[in-house]
Structure formats: C-alpha cells, structure tokens
Design a protein around this ligand. Structure first.
Ligand code: BES
Ligand code: ZN
Ligand code: ZN
Length: 492
C-alpha cells in the first residue's frame, strides 16, 4: 500500500494527531517555536531537556504525553551533534518505525527550520520507517491486529517555496526504495527472475515505459554465452530486462543503470558453505535498486532519458550446470575461463554491460552484490566504487553522499589485471585471494570499453544482518538513492 505524505504549515502544537515526533539536535535548548507544544505537555519538554532525561543523541527517544486538541503523544527523537541530511532520514525512520510499532495509522514530524532537502529526507525516512515486510506472516484477526502506519504529516513553517515539490520528491524516492526493499526481502522461491520481470512490467505500465524482456532463446540469439552459462544450471527461466524511461529529448543519450539480479546464489558447482547461505536471496539487490530507481525517476518525471538493465537468474549446482574449467564466449566475442562458478555475477554482468553499448549512453552505472572482498575492505559502511572514468566516479561519490549511501573508491590500476590472465582464454573469472573487489571490477571493465562507466559493489551495504535501530534487519534500499541522485545530478 502506498504511504501517504502531506504538509502541515504552522504551529506543530495545533496538529491533531495521535503522535508527533520532534527531532532535536544534541545538547541544545528547546527552540522558542516549541513553546506552545511545551505548554500542552505541561512543561515536560523543557524539563526533559534541562534534566538531561533527553540529550538529543543519535537514535535516542523519549515518549511524552500531552493534553489538549493537538498531538496526543510527543516522541522526542535525537538528531545527534551535526544534523546533516543523513541525520534527518535516520531520525524520521526511527520515528516512523516507532509509530508503526505503536499501532497508530498516522503521525506528524517536526524538526527546526526544514529546508527543501530536509523535507525530502524527512518524507523518505517516515515512509521507510513505516516499511515492514509482513506478507508471509499469519496475521491475527482484524480486531486484534495493530494498525500499520500509513500516513505522515511533515510540519513546516510555510508550505510555500517548493515544500510541496520536496515532499513529492521524497515520496517518489521512498516508493522506489519500498519496491527495492520488498523485492530484496522476498525469498528466492517467490522473488524469481519471472517475478522481477513482472515487477518491471508493473513499473512500465504505471509510468508508460517501454519494456523488453529477453528469455533464454533471445539471449542465445544475442550470443550471451556468459550470462547463459550461469543460467544453464537452473530450471528457472532467466530474464534479461530492458526498461526505458524517456524524459529527455528524442536524441539525448541516456544514462544506463545496470543491476545484478541473482535471485539466489548457491555458488553452483563451487558450492557455498551451508552456514548463512540463506542471505544469498539478497544477491538481486542491484537489480532491485535499478527497478526502485526507475520507479522514483519516473514518478519525479525527471527530464532525462534513463535505461534500466537487469540480468536475472539463479546460480545452482546441477548436472546441467557450468563447471570449473569451462570456457564460454560473451556477446562481445571475448572468451572467459570459469575457474570458480561462484563468481557468477560478473558472468551475468559481462553480457548485460556489453549490451549497454548499443544505447550509446552518456554514462553507465552498475550495482552488484559482487564480492565478499568488499565487505573485508569496507565493512558494512561504504559502497565500493570503481570505474573507467574519474568524472563519473566523482559524480557517484557525491551522489552517494547526498543520498546517505557513502561510497569509497578503490583503484583500477592495470597492474592488477595480471591476476585474471587465463592459460586458455582471454581472461578467467577470478583473480585469486588478494584485491577481490578490484579484480572483479577489472573483469567487468573488459565489457565496458565503449562508454564511461562506474561500478558499485554493494555486497556489504545492500542489506544488514543486524537490526540498526532506525532500520530493521534485512535490505537497506542501497543503491536506490545513489542511482537517483546521480541521475538528478545529470539533469541540472
Ligand atoms: N554473491 C556473491 C558475493 C557476496 C558475498 C555477496 C557475500 C554478499 C555477501 C558472489 O557471487 C560471490 O560468491 N563472489 C565470490 C567471488 C569469488 C569466488 C572470487 C566471493 O566473493 O567469495
Ligand atoms: Zn557467487
Ligand atoms: Zn552472487
């Protein structure tokens, strides 16, 4: 169900709502504008701050009860010391999550001096805070069921000056992230390549986009021997999805977004250990990010052409599966020796990236849960960023920063290329123990020679194995915002 967002201009004390979240930075006095609200709380707000029951630390909350016709409850939420854009998203997400767990359907949100960017971030946070994947749980009878949070109101000084647009943009991004998170959270037996293609179809229908879905036969005709090598071991129908949004001029070169869509990665014949293998349902997070970003971009009606490409299949061991030592030919004619069948993402992306050239793109950005090595290098904090063009890489790093999905660049020095030299083919699909994220990107670079390209390795950031207070265990929505911010940056 879509999440409804609206604005309330004026005094937050006059907003009739079961819950108002008030976000405050750490160690500050209560702003003057909150005097009427403090009155409705019988002075509890100033007392809580003065007596340090509430310090405004990041992720800190305190619930107060009010009287009168305004908010029934006030939830203080800490912003931490420096209220940068990420802090607003985080506080609003936490507020939304609390509101949702309290079983109230609507809530308000206030923070001091919200500008356009902050309104957008508050909207995103509230919507995503209310996000929960409950579809597969048996629900209690309707009378006992806690109501999900479905509406939030952002309090602003005045609804003029672009506040409505900022709210709508936030709602668009959040809707994209909801799609991405839901797809990623869904188990592999439900979120199949066909399901991903159906989701692309829904997006195409909703926004009148052109959609092409290639199956095994069409991919054979395109000579996609690398992608098909992965798909030969699974009974699932592989899907190569091409989604085209035309917001720019007819002759304008598009931005192409590419996503790895492995609905499950068992490793194939080079099978993974059983322990924690279930997390490999998230191996389609790049694809989910592309579809989520396309939804957001189409909702925002950005004046630019954007193509979304998704390569989707599953990686399974079977009598039909590819074997270590096999050599396959990708659609750009290059041959690949498969050393490890678990390095399947790059095999899928090879053909998808080669296909991207036919759009004569202004830039191509791919996102993939590609290597465990990026988790070793950067943990769960930063996206690994690589590519063949420093300009595009810098734009991606800036976009990630704006969107609260920070990235960190790793080098693509030619010295590393020796690691993927093969005895029999043009390259092999793994580069040994060291610098796994870099050798994976150098492999991809063999298929991106015709355009400017950046690669996001999101294996450490697309999902979280721990509950992060403002974010439940599971998908984070990365890289939707990086994609969207990158594309927006190219419109201006
Ligand atoms: N999907 C995995 C990468 C991954 C690992 C994602 C951990 C999320 C968390 C990828 O297909 C893979 O298995 N990569 C191998 C490559 C290796 C065989 C060179 C890896 O990282 O171990
Ligand atoms: Zn793998
Ligand atoms: Zn994988």
């Amino acid at each position: 169900m879509p999440f409804a967002l609206s604005l309330h201009a004026g005094d937050p004390a006059r907003l009739a709502t079961p819950l108002l979240a008030v976000a405050l930075p750490s160690d500050k006095t209560v702003p003057r504008t909150l005097a009427p609200l403090d009155k409705a709380l019988g002075g509890a707000l100033t007392r809580a701050v003065k007596q340090k029951d509430f310090k405004g630390n990041r992720d800190e909350t305190l619930l107060l009860f009010a009287h009168g016709n305004g908010p029934q409850r006030v939830l203080l939420v800490g912003l931490g010391p420096s209220p940068e854009p990420g802090a607003i998203v985080r506080a609003a997400s936490l507020a939304g999550r609390k509101g949702n767990s309290m079983g109230i359907e609507r809530m308000g949100f206030w923070a001091e001096g919200l500008d356009g960017t902050a309104i957008e971030n508050a909207a995103i946070g509230l919507s995503l805070g209310g996000w929960e994947y409950t579809e597969l749980r048996t629900q209690p009878p309707a009378s006992e069921r806690p109501k999900p949070l479905v509406t939030a109101v952002v309090c602003v000084d005045s609804s003029k000056g672009g506040a409505e647009t900022a709210l709508a943009n936030g709602a668009a991004v959040a809707e994209g992230q909801r799609i991405a998170r839901t797809l990623a959270m869904m188990p592999g037996n439900l979120c199949t390549p066909s399901f991903i293609a159906d989701t692309a179809r829904d997006i195409a229908k909703r926004h009148k986009l052109k959609l092409t879905v290639f199956g095994r036969k069409e991919m054979e005709k395109l000579g996609m021997g690398s992608f098909l090598a992965v798909a030969q071991g699974t009974p699932q129908k592989p899907k190569f999805i091409v989604l085209e949004y035309r917001g720019g001029g007819a002759d304008d070169a598009p931005v192409v977004l590419v996503g790895k869509g492995l609905c499950f990665d068992s490793g194939g014949i080079s099978i993974k250990p059983a322990d924690r293998m279930e997390w490999m349902k998230f191996d389609m997070s790049g694809a989910a990010g592309v579809l989520g970003a396309m939804e957001a971009i189409a909702r925002m009606k950005l004046k630019i052409n954007v193509v979304g490409l998704v390569g989707s299949t599953t990686n399974m061991p079977s009598a039909m599966a590819m074997n270590p030592g096999d050599v396959v030919r990708a659609s750009n004619g290059k041959t690949i020796e498969i050393i490890n069948t678990d390095a399947e993402g790059r095999l899928v992306l090879a053909d998808v990236l080669a296909y991207a050239a036919r759009f004569k793109p202004q830039a191509v950005v791919d996102a993939a849960t590609l290597t465990g090595a990026v988790v070793v290098a950067l943990g769960n904090i930063a996206v690994g960023v690589l590519g063949n063009d420093q300009g595009v890489i810098d734009e991606i790093l800036a976009a990630g920063k704006r969107g609260g999905e920070p990235g960190w660049q790793l080098p693509m020095w030619p010295e590393y290329r020796d690691q993927i030299k093969s005895d029999v083919a043009d390259m092999k699909n793994v580069g040994g123990r060291g610098a796994g994220t870099i050798t994976a990107a150098l492999f991809l670079a063999e298929f991106t020679q015709d355009y400017k390209w950046a690669h996001l390795d999101i294996a450490g950031t697309a999902y979280s194995e721990t509950d992060m207070i403002s974010l439940p265990r599971g998908p984070t929505g990365v890289p939707v915002r990086t994609f969207v911010e990158f594309v927006r940056g190219r419109v201006r």
